[in-house]
Design a protein. Structure first.
Length: 136
C-alpha cells in the first residue's frame, strides 16, 4: 500500500482515534503537558465531591473530640491536685504536654479558655513548687 492510498482511506474517525492514542502516549517532557491529567482530575473531583465533604465533617468532629478530651483532662487533673491526690512524674509530664497542645490550639483558633487557662496556671505553679521540694 502506498502513502497516497493510505491517506485516501483516512476518515475523520480514524484521525480522531489516532490523535487520542497519540495524546495518550506522548507527554512533552519540559512542559509536563498531559491532557489526561486535567481531565481525570476534574472527573475525580466530580465523583468524590460528596465524599470529601463528609470526610471534612468527620475530621472536624474528631478535632472537636480531641480538644474536648484535652480540656477535660486538664480540668480533672487540676481538681485531683486540689483534692491532694498524688500524681507521679509520668502523669505530670503527660498533663503538661496536653496543656501545651491545648494552648497552641486555642491560640491558633482564637478560642477563649478561661477556666482551663486558670487551671493550667494552677497546675504549672504546683508543678514548679513540687519540683523545688523534690516531691515529684
Amino acid at each position: 500500500m502506498t502513502f497516497k492510498e493510505l491517506v485516501a482511506q483516512l476518515t475523520v474517525g480514524n484521525v480522531a482515534a489516532g490523535i487520542a492514542v497519540l495524546l495518550s502516549l506522548i507527554q512533552i517532557s519540559p512542559l509536563k503537558l498531559n491532557p489526561w491529567d486535567k481531565l481525570l482530575a476534574w472527573f475525580g473531583k466530580k465523583l468524590n465531591g460528596s465524599t470529601e465533604k463528609r470526610l471534612e465533617e468527620l475530621q472536624k468532629q474528631v478535632r472537636d473530640m480531641w480538644i474536648n478530651t484535652h480540656r477535660q483532662s486538664i480540668l480533672t487533673f487540676a481538681r485531683e491536685c486540689r483534692a491532694d491526690m498524688h500524681h507521679d512524674a509520668e502523669e505530670w509530664n503527660h498533663i503538661l504536654s496536653i496543656a501545651d497542645e491545648y494552648e497552641v490550639y486555642c491560640a491558633k483558633n482564637t478560642v477563649s479558655n478561661g477556666v482551663v487557662k486558670a487551671d493550667t496556671e494552677y497546675v504549672r505553679d504546683l508543678y514548679q513548687e513540687l519540683s523545688r521540694e523534690h516531691k515529684i
